[in-house]
Design a protein around this ligand. Structure first.
Ligand code: FE2
Length: 423
């Protein structure tokens, strides 16, 4: 080997080692957060866990004495985008549980005290059933109900983080995020949703004057899309941060047949919310995991077409010029975000009748949770953030990954399939 070639090889090795060292100093984290990520147990924040959350954790043996939440240790956090791709890069066997279910859902409905449809086509509340006690057939029926109604709610729940994970595993491969805060090292896949923490630790702000509309769907960059997503709030402040869901079955039905035809069979590029480094060119700025999916997809359980886009993480429609893609995507976002008849707004509250019954301080701190289970494929969601309503809100979220996404040209839209007027 000539001296010049040897120097080049050594230089390359030095460079690679330097890049590795720099990358390992600080994981990059979520693109929208301004501070760096702290990894491992967070000792400072365990003391700030809301009272009712503490009760839930104590009851079910979740130890937060070393700190809370828990973030994967630095060595386990992927720094380079190729590492992030490799986490889930091939098909995992998936059973669409709703397909096994009784279309009448008799076992689920007969056991419930009440089944309340919150709007004609999106949102159902089930009263008088504990999620923790559902049988396998009831879980299948619930999966079908979620696929049809987009989001299903259960108030007054007593649900351990372990049971929440168990339910998630039943409905699909549980998504384990490589960077997200979780309940503990033994709770891979049970993600902490705690705005006080994200704001206090990472600098995610809530300002009154900042536009308050963060419509999105979760994990669009995944090889297999997020299906049933289960958020369980165990600490709910007064007037606490409502959540809205919008049906993308409904959004598809809102388009003219000409636009539907144009979009049918097209694909789009979707990106991750978290950012990574390019190993070959680490100085070139953050990289994202990007994947291509059909923009109009068919739901495996209902057979209905739905629009798979969201403002936060859709990059472009494949085959169009950037300006054309932006124009069409912005129109689709507007359809999803502004049509109230395809949306439901949920007020998180542990019990019905809360308007008449003003809780005293002791009752407020008693753990009874509220669960929302939605099909992430067929919806966008948005939380109403405000300084006054988000403080003290805490929950845990488990996401079951579903199919890779496909478009069946013979499938129908929801309104077509149900024989409803499109006029
Ligand atoms: Fe979300």
């Amino acid at each position: 080997m000539s001296p010049t070639a040897a120097t080049t090889t050594n230089d390359q090795e030095d460079l690679q080692q330097t890049i590795q060292k720099l990358a390992s100093l600080k994981p990059l984290g979520h693109a929208r957060l301004t501070n760096g990520v702290i990894t491992g147990f967070d000792p400072e924040w365990a003391a700030k866990v809301p009272e009712s959350t503490k009760q839930r954790f104590e009851k079910y043996g979740v130890d937060i004495s070393q700190g809370y939440p828990y973030i994967p240790v630095n060595e386990k956090v992927p720094k380079f985008v190729d590492e992030a791709y490799a986490i889930r890069n091939e098909e995992y066997p998936y059973v669409e549980r709703g397909k096994n279910a009784d279309p009448e859902k008799k076992l689920l409905f007969d056991a419930a005290e009440d089944v309340i449809e919150l709007t004609p086509y999106i949102g159902t509340e089930i009263v008088g059933l504990q999620l923790a006690d559902l049988t396998e057939q009831q879980k299948d029926e619930l999966a079908l109900l979620i696929a049809e109604r987009v989001v299903v709610f259960f108030r007054d729940q007593d649900l351990s983080p372990q049971k929440q994970l168990e339910l998630g595993h039943y409905w699909g491969q549980v998504e384990v995020h490589p960077q997200a805060a979780r309940v503990g090292p033994e709770f891979d896949g049970n993600t902490v949703i705690w705005h006080d923490y994200f704001r206090g630790r990472y600098g995610r702000g809530v300002e009154f004057r900042v536009p308050n509309s963060n419509w999105h769907l979760d994990l669009v960059h995944e090889y297999q899309s997020a299906g049933i997503t289960h958020l369980h709030l165990d600490a709910i402040p007064d007037n606490g941060a409502d959540t809205l869901w919008s049906s993308t079955y409904g959004a598809y039905d809102k388009l003219s047949p000409a636009l539907q035809q144009f979009l049918d069979g097209k694909t789009a590029i979707y990106r991750s919310a978290h950012q990574y480094l390019d190993r070959e060119n680490p100085l070139k700025g953050p990289k994202y995991v990007e994947r291509e999916h059909p923009i109009v997809r068919t739901h495996p359980a209902t057979g209905w077409k739905y629009l798979f886009v969201n403002r936060a993480m859709t990059v472009r429609i494949v085959g169009l010029l950037p300006a054309e893609s932006d124009l069409i995507l912005n129109y689709l976002y507007a359809v999803i975000e502004t049509n109230r008849d395809i949306q439901v707004r949920w007020k998180w509250d542990t019990s019905l009748g809360s308007v008449k019954h003003k809780k005293d301080e002791t009752e407020k701190n008693v753990y009874r949770g509220v669960s929302a289970l939605w099909d992430n494929r067929v919806s966008n969601h948005s939380v109403v953030f405000s300084r006054e309503s988000i403080v003290g809100r805490h929950g845990t979220r488990v996401t079951s990954l579903a199919d890779t996404g496909y478009f069946d040209p013979n499938s129908k839209s929801q309104r077509e399939a149900l024989g409803l007027s499109l006029e």
